[in-house]
Design a protein around this ligand. Sequence first.
Ligand SMILES: *Cc1c(COP(=O)(O)O)cnc(C)c1O
Length: 402
Amino acid sequence: MTHRPNLSHGRGYLAIPGPSVMPDAVLQAMHRPAPNIYAGELVDMMPGLMADLKRVARTEHYASIYIGNGHAAWEAALSNVVAPGDHVLVPATGRFGHGWGDVATGLGAHAQVIDFGNASPMDLERIAQALAEDKDHRIKAVLAVHVDTSSSVLNDIKGVRDALDAAGHPALLMADCIASLGCDRFEMDDWGVDVMVTGCQKGLMVPPGCSFVFFNDRAQSVRDAMPRVSRYWDWTPRSTATEFWQYFNGTAPTHHLYGLRVALDMIHDEGIEQVWARHGVLARAVWAACDAWAEGGDLRLNISDPACRSTAVTSLRLGRNGGTRLRDWVETELGLTLGIGLGMAEPGDPARDAYFRLGHMGHVNGQMIMGLLGGMQAGMHNLGIAHGRGALDAAAEVISGA
Ligand SMILES: *Cc1c(COP(=O)(O)O)cnc(C)c1O
């Protein structure tokens, strides 16, 4: 092997599934002195910001903001509608489905988990069966993850609504769109979702620290019938605030709001349909390359059916430890950071080093994806990892649109 200089200097690409790449415009909007939180620009900005958040969620109902990550949004949403002793149905398709169910358990609920494994979407018939068996309607909510970021599976949330309606079951439909919002098509009102949670650091392109819970009147009436709701998590004052501090139950996440304002402008200027379409093309380029590599080696897409793959994140397996070797190489040699595998193998299982993930969510374009794929190919070449040919051609063909 000939000696060559290290090629990691220059602007990197953090291709992990959150936090995602931040636009310079978002960073610049946040680079400012502390603002007044009692009057002025920030206070005046709020009604428009709330309206634009709801536009991304595709809802005309209510939105609440929390200073916290996605885990905080999980707890916030459940705290408003699930009391100790209540039952929830958890159709899990990866680590995050189990995670949300575990938060419900921590709040004293009985979580009935249906485990669909790590490589398949929810089976709607099994959900329908669980709903049919629940003759007394003890299940109060279904906790459905739209995109499970560990497996990169895309679930049919509208299908869960149809199953609830067909069973005549009154449970709330709650959706986790932390990985998918602003990437994969999601229609809160049209799909009949009652509660949706998301965070700001994935498709919304803002540093971690804010999360959001959206809900409708059905969910509000369930909240109103709760024996008690913790003051801090209560979404009612946050969603009906008349004073600035009420949106946050305390001091505002000032700089996040400036960043979010710019990020929402970017999404709406591009158009949400265009944003989804862009993610679709970029993801198909990634899959085309992976299919070509798979022809002559051990690389495998975790989700075999393209219709069940997220366009925000791709979970992969490479040989026995190829994932970790490739990640290490492209990061040190090329300045390209790939995501670790998550929840695919138990701790201590050597197969853990086979799994890795690509984040292609948010502020990502065609040249970044070609760079990502070219970097991976260089890594496999350098490391002597067998791989099929023609991957970059296949990706370029998708990107070209011809
Ligand atoms: C990232 C993520 C979470 C957790 O969010 P944190 O901000 O890490 O707490 C939950 N669910 C899904 C689907 C995610 O992608």
